[in-house]
Design a protein around this ligand. Structure first.
Ligand code: TRP
Length: 495
């Protein structure tokens, strides 16, 4: 076999996307996740409504699209996942790739547990439709019940991971692409259905008002403006799956004839559309049934469940559909996190000319992610009487200090701990380093432009992208990083 044939053979082993549409569905699937459904609606409502939306959109354009293009280009140019890609561009920066792998595990630690909970609620509403009590007699108080049902928590944690294993084992085209091509359009139509149904509930109007009334008050002071800016930036980052290498992996399977710049626009556009649609379903539903616009897990598992249970018998059906679409959003995101890990090990095997089995790698990744997720599943969101103690309790702080707001968010429960180190530190850091390397070391002109033009498309907006890589993204990331470290670690200590 000539060298060339050998190379081709190896590339074939890695797999490629079957079509650009399939790639887009997978990438949009990675982006659209729990972040869109529980983060965006609440933050938008709370941080100025329409004003928040404008700032969010500006950030998507000036930072999101740019970092997206950077990750896609690095992936496709090197044909490798995050670790291999940074190593191929410069041996010295291989560790940036490892930072991405670390983020993947910290994200999975809580994402899998939440995905499992979503499945539990989905089955609950399915049983309700069949006329069986799906919520173990706890009905509207189910969230408080399930958190202490440890075997249930572990069972659904495992079940969600198994779904991931089945999809990722199928490979790029036969697993991830096939699943996302069906699941993402299905998600869109189910969400549309829920929006329309909610719109006809009396009292829904208050929700739209809460969401859309331009309230510039949060922006009236400099401190307020920075607060909105960093909330929107953190949200944008998490929502677009940037800063840890998932998009680098997906880009590495992309054909050279595809237009990278176009893809870097479409993915953020779809993600933002779904986030706004989710807000249009959730906030009016809360308003119509007089539920609070809670934050985080409470919104998804307490408030929304109670909204559907208050709707009467048809509510069971809408509830099932809602949790089913949230399940799709979650699983299409978690498979991209697993794929970032799998691609890394596949590349190592290919480089060492070893026989590598995707199934074996994925199984090991699944077990590891299960283990790191155990404390998240068993600490009852930081309750003092749970079997697994939350980090603040282990560190000797008390529930009284927690109630007084003196416990930093980073340690109030294991979910927040993993969320904060990934979303608050690793991911903005990853994006900061990438933008600086592209802007100042590898250069937009030498790295990005030639790879984008391979497809035969002329590169547009050079000055814009170059300025964003060099200045706007790094400055934005430093603001986010500083803001998050203050919010998540320091604020409570000086309170
Ligand atoms: N984008 C996902 C969401 O909105 C979460 C996420 C963050 C993610 N970073 C990621 C998913 C990296 C895949 C890869 O919920």
């Amino acid at each position: 076999m000539s060298d060339n044939q050998h190379l081709e053979h190896m590339e074939h082993d890695r797999g490629t996307w079957g079509s650009n549409f399939g790639f887009l569905m997978a990438a949009v699937g990675s982006a659209v996740g729990l972040g869109n459904i529980w983060g965006f609606p609440y933050k938008m409502g709370n941080k100025g409504g329409f004003a928040f939306l404008i700032i969010y959109l500006l950030l998507v354009i000036f930072v999101g699209v740019v970092v997206m293009l950077g990750e896609l280009t690095i992936g496709r140019k090197t044909g490798k996942g995050a670790v291999g890609a940074y190593a191929a561009l410069s041996k010295k920066y291989k560790w940036v790739g490892y930072l991405g792998i670390l983020s993947a595990f910290t994200l999975l630690a809580f994402y899998n547990v939440l995905g499992g909970l979503v499945m539990r609620y989905m089955f609950g509403f399915l049983l309700q439709i069949l006329g069986v009590d799906g919520f173990s007699g706890a009905g509207m108080g189910f969230f408080g019940y399930i958190l202490y049902d440890y075997s249930g928590m572990i069972f659904f944690h495992v079940l969600f991971i198994v779904c991931n294993v089945v999809i990722v084992m199928g490979g790029i085209q036969g697993g991830i692409e096939k699943f996302c091509t069906v699941a993402m359009p299905a998600l869109f139509f189910m969400l549309l259905f829920v929006i329309i149904y909610v719109a006809f509930q009396p009292g829904a109007g208050e929700g739209y008002k809460f969401m859309l009334t331009p309230n510039f008050e949060p922006l009236s002071s400099f401190g307020g403006f920075i607060d909105v800016l960093k909330t929107a930036a953190g949200q944008m980052f998490f929502s677009l799956s940037l800063g840890m290498g998932a998009i680098i992996s997906y880009g590495s399977y992309l054909d050279k004839k595809e237009d990278l710049q176009k893809n870097a626009l479409i993915i953020p556009a779809c993600d933002t559309l779904i986030a706004v649609m989710a807000a249009c379903a959730i906030l009016p539903a809360c308003a119509a049934f007089n539920m609070e616009y809670a934050q985080g897990p409470g919104l998804l598992f307490n408030t929304m469940q109670n909204v559907f249970l208050s709707m009467g018998s048809f509510g069971n059906f809408v509830g099932f559909m809602f949790y089913f679409l949230v399940f799709i959003a979650a699983v299409t995101s978690s498979i991209s996190l697993f794929e970032a890990i799998v691609t890394w090990r596949l590349d190592v095997g290919i480089e060492k000319k070893q026989k590598v089995s995707r199934t074996k790698i994925m199984s090991i990744a699944a077990v590891c992610s299960f283990i790191v997720g155990i404390p998240v599943a068993l600490d009852a969101l930081g309750a003092a009487d749970a079997v697994v103690k939350a980090p603040y309790l282990l560190l000797g702080m008390t529930p009284e200090q927690l109630a007084a707001g003196q416990v930093p968010m980073a340690i109030d429960c294991w979910l927040d701990f993993f969320d904060v180190i990934s979303e608050g530190i690793f991911m903005p850091l990853g994006a900061l380093i990438m933008a600086v390397l592209i802007g100042w070391k590898w250069k937009t002109r030498n790295l990005i432009v030639p790879e984008c033009e391979i497809s035969g498309h002329k590169f547009w907006g050079y000055t814009f992208f170059d300025i964003c890589f060099k200045f706007i993204t790094p400055i934005g990331m430093i603001l986010v990083l500083g803001g998050q470290i203050y919010d998540f670690f320091i604020k409570a200590l000086i309170a």
